[in-house]
Write a protein that binds this ligand. Structure first.
Ligand SMILES: Nc1nc2c(ncn2[C@@H]2O[C@H](COP(=O)(O)OP(=O)(O)O)[C@@H](O)[C@H]2O)c(=O)[nH]1
Ligand SMILES: [Mg+2]
Length: 311
């Protein structure tokens, strides 16, 4: 629905929260996503027209019965047109949010959506083909073998990272620092390629995380580990994106560092609010069932952040 799109300002990449954009193209309306399988594969998009079509095709061609959920945050590069075609397949659902509400926020919405629809397993990955959909069966096999969470890891033995220069240094340093400072036996804290058994992760643990940007991945994996869940790291080959540009705002690096210090200073398991009941979770602005108590105290709609209708 285009009703929530107001103003004419391209959202600042350094201030993704609450920004509302005006896409340049007519907006397709997407029907509410429906469940046709027990596994949900989630992909967030912000201007990924060059890769999202191929990515969805590759996921659907895997020897795994899965639905695909895409949460798009106001792409203006033709991503929505590609998604409209992909969504002709009943296994593909799209939730279009009214602006760039953040990558972590999109992941929280996917977790909540997966729970609300009764999925058994959730897989998450990026849209830019840095993560290879062909790795998904290996992550799911780790869950079948007893892991409660599986992480596609660039830093586990056998893993590979194609970044060069400062991004390579940043990734390696951030993950080594996290491992040392948090004293957790994990090598990969910052990537989104993950799979989880939803019945083993307490409802609300992930959905109420206070970080809406890239720091979400660090906080999420630390919460999962401190909950005592069995985490398997599966080595993967991470490729640099071949289309489009990175959306990581520089500010996010500072946010990540702040969260790392906070998590290192307090090693207790996360204190989190349970999910809201059906009435309270309904958003007065967009009417979707996606309101949660973020960070224990703030009711927030993960679908519209109070801006109104998403589709
Ligand atoms: N829905 C949504 N997706 C986002 C947002 N920011 C980034 N993404 C998506 O998140 C994934 C990772 O972003 P990317 O720019 O590749 O980050 P990088 O790999 O760390 O450089 C891609 O699929 C992006 O399209 C956002 O604010 N909202
Ligand atoms: Mg990327």
């Amino acid at each position: 629905m285009a009703g929530a799109i107001a103003g004419g300002v391209e959202p600042s990449i350094d201030d993704p929260k609450r920004a509302v954009s005006t896409p340049e193209q007519p907006m397709p309306a997407f029907p509410p996503p429906r469940r046709t399988a027990d596994t949900l594969v989630f992909v967030p998009t912000y201007n990924e027209a060059g890769t999202i079509g191929a990515l969805v095709e590759r996921v659907l061609a895997l020897p795994v019965r899965a639905d695909v959920l895409v949460v798009d945050d106001g792409s203006t590069d033709g991503t929505l047109g590609v998604l409209a075609q992909a969504a002709a397949d009943p296994r593909v659902g799209v939730i279009r949010r009214p602006g760039k509400l953040g990558l972590g926020s999109a992941h929280k919405l996917a977790w909540l959506h997966a729970r609300r629809h009764g999925y058994a397993r959730l897989v998450t990955l990026d849209a830019d083909l840095s993560h290879d959909p062909a790795d998904i069966p290996r992550l799911l096999a780790a869950l079948d073998d007893g892991a409660e969470v599986a992480i596609g890891s660039r830093f586990a033995p056998g893993g590979r990272l194609d970044y060069r220069g400062w991004r390579r240094l940043l990734s390696r340093t951030a993950n080594a620092l996290a491992r040392g400072m948090l004293r957790l036996p994990i090598r990969e804290f910052t990537t989104s390629l993950r799979a989880a058994r939803l019945d083993r992760v307490p409802a609300g643990l992930v959905e109420t995380i206070g970080a809406d940007g890239y720091a979400f991945f660090l906080v999420c994996v630390v919460r999962l580990a401190r909950q005592g869940l069995a985490i398997a790291e599966i080595p993967i080959h991470f490729r640099d994106r071949s289309h489009g540009v990175s959306k990581i705002p520089r500010l996010e690096i500072l946010r990540g560092a702040k969260n790392l210090l906070r998590l290192a200073a307090n090693r207790r398991a996360a204190d989190f609010a349970p999910l809201l009941g059906p009435d309270e979770s309904r958003c007065p602005a967009c009417e979707g069932p996606y309101r949660v108590m973020v960070a224990g105290s703030r009711p927030e709609c993960l679908a519209c952040a109070g801006h109104g209708r998403s589709s």
